[in-house]
Design a protein. Structure first.
Length: 359
């Protein structure tokens, strides 16, 4: 696919846009004022493969906590600010690597100028984040509800405020819970600006519904060459967002950091408890550290397609009647009873991780 060329910005050491690899982000749901809990969550996100983390900054106490968090964080930290320019300046003073802030929502022009002065001194970017659910009242009235045109007008208005102050280290997002709406908004603004775009389906829901909405929305845009950084928004533990985001990128051939699991849907020929085997393997794979080489694992249920798929994987098992084959790099290494297949496969994976894992 041909990716659209955008300007590049740096969030700490992580480059976004300008042809850099798609970056995976998430957001903590801990109380930012609780430094220990927030750092624990950031470390868990980093272990899962997250590359940038965003924190809600609700008050001055939360802003003050950012200094300790930023120093000890393994990931670049973005402060999420709404309405209060003083919190934005305080966050910058604490050493954060980026802001999520809509300049049109913080009041008079002099307040925007104060924020711009602070970020210019530290050379950190601002993400303008427009959400369909919080569009300005006048735009909702003008367009009779949340529309792509209204979202774009909002984003362009915020962009203009920053450009007017000579500031262009900007990222943009146009999120909606409606996939068709977010697709329309991102496609149109992509033709109008060359700032990097942060993709997401906001309020996507729980894992069951949110994964589908995110894969369709984010995946569609990425397949069209639109987007420089992504967040899969799921209700609950943010760590669960990361494997989904990495899998979207892997499926599209945009990243090779995650693990590919192949398992058959089962049919009348299946004579082992394949669903349980596949679920146990998937659970183990979700907790793997970042690997320096891609990993392909096959869990197959019968002798028709099983041996062929397992041979193409790094490791694989193909079940039979109470028995199964264990494959390594296309070669059969063992014929085992059904109850020994999972432990044997996991031992192979653990050895691979020992050699190729990072951290």
């Amino acid at each position: 696919m041909q990716r659209k060329t955008t300007k590049s910005v740096s969030v700490g050491p992580v480059m976004i846009g300008g042809g850099a690899p798609i970056v995976v982000q998430s957001m903590t749901n801990s109380d930012t004022r609780d430094v220990g809990a927030t750092l624990a969550q950031i470390h868990a996100l980093a272990d899962a493969g997250c590359e940038i983390v965003r924190l809600a900054v609700l008050d001055e106490e939360a802003a003050s906590a950012l200094k300790e968090i930023t120093v000890d964080s393994p990931l670049p930290v973005i402060a999420d600010i709404h309405f209060d320019y003083r919190l934005a300046i305080s966050a910058v003073e604490q050493g954060i690597h980026g802001l999520r802030l809509n300049p049109g929502n913080i009041g008079a022009r002099w307040k925007v100028q104060e924020v711009v002065r602070a970020v210019k001194e530290q050379q950190i970017p601002i993400r303008i984040g427009v959400n369909a659910g919080s569009l300005e009242k006048e735009l909702l009235e003008k367009y009779r509800g949340p529309t792509a045109a209204g979202m774009i007008e909002s984003a362009l208005g915020h962009i203009h405020l920053l450009e007017k102050e000579g500031y262009n280290k900007i990222k943009v997002s146009l999120k909606a819970s409606s996939v068709p709406l977010m697709l329309e908004a991102y496609r149109k603004i992509s033709e109008m600006i060359d700032y990097p775009l942060h993709l997401g389906v906001t309020e996507a829901g729980t894992v069951r519904s949110g994964v589908v909405k995110s894969a369709v929305g984010i995946g569609t845009l990425l397949s069209e060459g639109i987007g420089d950084t992504i967040r899969v928004s799921l209700t609950g533990d943010p760590v669960r967002e990361i494997p989904v985001a990495l899998e979207i990128l892997r499926v599209l051939g945009l990243r090779q950091r995650s693990v590919e699991l192949i398992s058959c849907p089962t049919c009348g020929r299946t004579q082992v408890d394949l669903a349980l085997l596949a679920e146990n393997v998937e659970e183990r794979l979700l907790h793997l550290p970042v690997l320096d080489k891609p990993l392909k694992v096959a869990v197959m249920g019968c002798a028709v397609n099983g041996p062929g798929e397992a041979r193409e994987a790094d490791f694989g098992i193909a079940g039979g009647k109470g028995m199964g084959l264990l494959f390594r790099k296309g070669e059969i290494v063992a014929r085992l009873p059904e109850n020994e297949l999972l432990p044997a496969l996991l031992r192979e994976i653990e050895e691979y991780v020992r050699v190729h894992g990072r951290g």
